[in-house]
Design a protein around this ligand. Structure first.
Ligand code: PD2
Ligand code: ZN
Length: 287
């Protein structure tokens, strides 16, 4: 397991919290830093509250992160147990209302999965994440995978997939980032994180400037993983098992621009085999 929901608040961490709270660090910034060190979202929030109370410090919170503040507006995914898209009939296998998570089967055909893998193999590079302070892309050990991008609608094949994704997600093609492919080898993982750009992090500004905030994600599974590699939602206690052609959707930004921290999610380490996924992120505006 990569998420340690019972991380102990050591004296070093306690001292760090007192100092940062006294300096006026926001709750969101403290939670983010603690989660990068394997605290769960809920334990980080609880420890911050406990330390602040013990030292009579008011928590600076210009952007509240408590899940309770997020207003759920219903899923953008169509109702029903099957969804007929223009060129594909998909089966819904799981729905969670809060946070908004939907798992569908039969979203991509076997041939489409294999084509995406074959096209990606020739252009894979080690995956990067966005540095919270500078906004630059950096390589970190929390994300041990390799990947590549396809430009939106770069050819007829990708255009067909972009259109199908947009139909399922009920969000314009123009608001989508290019499909990203990730390949995880044995032991590869993606530790719990948010897909939205945390507004309190200076590095987010340059990303939000074009297209606005990310609103929803579709992770499509391109192969079967023998063991491990589940997509986990620690705040829900949910693990989605990768199955070739199926996909997990989740949304985290509502029409008010609020973001939902309950969509914290990660990719579990690969125990046997390897894992290929394609990810689509949708933005508030055209991108
Ligand atoms: O590989 C996954 O299951 C996974 C987990 C968390 C992918 C992503 N996030 C992502 O592409 O954002
Ligand atoms: Zn993610």
């Amino acid at each position: 397991m990569t998420t340690q929901s019972k991380m102990i608040l050591t004296s070093v961490w306690r001292k760090w919290l007192v100092e940062n709270l006294q300096q006026g660090c926001t709750q969101a910034a403290l939670v983010e830093a603690m989660m990068q060190n394997n605290f769960s979202y809920s334990s980080a929030v609880a420890y911050i509250a406990e330390v602040a109370a013990a030292h009579a410090i008011n928590i600076a919170s210009d952007k509240p992160v408590a899940s309770g503040n997020f207003i759920y507006e219903g899923s953008r995914i169509a109702q029903g147990n099957t969804i007929q898209l223009t060129d594909q009939k998909v089966n819904v296998s799981l729905r969670v209302d809060q946070p908004d998570i939907v798992v569908v089967d039969n979203f991509l055909t076997t041939e489409e999965c294999e084509t995406l893998i074959a096209l990606s193999k020739v252009k894979l590079e080690r995956s990067e994440v966005i540095d919270p302070v500078t906004g630059e892309s950096v390589i970190i050990h929390e994300r041990s995978s390799e990947g590549c991008y396809f430009q939106r609608e770069e050819d007829e094949f990708i255009k067909k997939l972009d259109t199908r994704i947009s139909e399922l997600m009920n969000w314009p093609v123009e608001n989508g980032e290019g499909i990203q492919i990730l390949h995880y080898s044995l032991g590869g993982e993606y530790r719990p994180h948010f897909d939205y750009f945390p507004v309190e992090q200076t590095g987010s500004t340059q990303h939000i400037a074009t297209g606005g905030q990310r609103v929803a994600t579709l992770v499509m599974y391109l192969n079967n993983v023998e063991s491990g590699g589940e997509t986990i939602f620690p705040e829900v206690g949910l693990k989605v098992v990768p199955r070739q052609g199926s996909a997990v959707y989740f949304s985290y930004c509502n029409s008010l621009g609020q973001i939902d921290p309950a969509t914290l999610h990660g990719g579990e380490p690969i125990i046997t085999g390897d894992k290929w996924i394609a990810t689509k992120w949708m933005r508030q505006n055209s991108y």
